[in-house]
Write a protein that binds this ligand. Structure first.
Ligand code: AMP
Length: 254
């Protein structure tokens, strides 16, 4: 695996699969690497904790980072190129152009500016890597909606592939932020996937999820349309950690 820090050092041939990540890799990321490995000549993973998509600076400061471990995991998963730029490489002095993503749902409402940062960094990564396909997780459902919209609206010609959420045995969706939960908080966090799973089969999934989430105080509960599939999505706060999750209510991932 080649580790590339500079944009000008990236030279890729053939069909390229790109997996954008913020590191602290777990089995959810690995599932995206595996899918990219199966469908492309070259697999590029990016490792960049994008400051532009963080609202709270405290969240950015404590975001888990372990580059040495990430390099090992990415290499084991068959990643060919790990693109790990500095902040200065991605946002040099004078940077002043942003993608104004408008279809951002309740998640965007709860995190002003978040999807502007996401859409901007994705457009930059697509222009830097020129992937044939880019891989995203269903776990960040609104993100996949924003990225598919970006690709359509700006004619980017990238095939955006969305893969099912990988969960721990107890049902909690894997997330880099899970490492920040205390054991007691982790136990409470299980209420999120349990509520969504139970509510998905009900006639009014949003109301049912709100009732099931008792005590978890959701930022929102909403139904999302992801290219014809209906998802029941919610965000909750457990202690100082914000967790999101969603389950399929109807249809299938495209
Ligand atoms: P992140 O490093 O958190 O920005 O995530 C990088 C990519 O991995 C995003 O497309 C996420 O949606 C995806 N991802 C995160 N958690 C999971 C999971 N539990 N299962 C599948 N994909 C995931």
């Amino acid at each position: 695996m080649k580790v590339v820090r500079g944009i000008s050092e990236l030279r890729l041939d053939g069909e390229v699969g790109l997996v954008p990540t913020m590191g602290a890799l777990h089995a959810g990321h690995i599932s995206l690497f595996d899918a990219a490995r199966a469908e492309n000549d070259v697999v590029v993973a990016s490792l960049f904790v994008n400051p532009a998509q963080f609202g709270e600076q405290s969240d950015l400061a404590r975001y888990p980072r372990d580059e040495a471990r990430d390099l090992e995991l990415a290499e084991q998963a068959g990643v060919d190129v790990l693109f790990a730029p500095t902040i200065e490489e991605m946002y040099p002095t004078g940077f002043a152009t942003w993608v104004d993503a408008e279809e951002t749902g309740a998640e965007g409402g709860a995190r002003p500016g978040h999807f502007r940062g996401v859409a901007t960094v994705c457009l930059k990564l697509f222009n830097i890597v020129h992937p044939t396909r880019a891989y995203f997780g269903q776990k960040d459902a609104q993100q996949t909606i924003v990225v598919r919209r970006l690709v359509r609206d700006l004619n980017l010609g990238v095939d955006v592939r969305v893969l099912a959420t990988v969960r721990d045995e107890d049902g909690l969706a894997l997330s880099s932020r899970n490492a920040l939960l205390t054991p007691a908080e982790r136990e409470r966090a299980l209420g999120l996937p349990r509520a969504l799973t139970k509510a998905a089969a009900s006639a009014d999934p949003v109301a049912a999820a709100r009732a099931e989430l008792n005590g978890l105080d959701p930022d929102y509960v909403e139904l999302l349309d992801l290219d014809g599939a209906t998802l029941l999505a919610a965000a909750v706060r457990v202690g100082s950690i914000r967790l999101i999750d969603n389950v399929l209510v109807k249809g299938a991932l495209a």
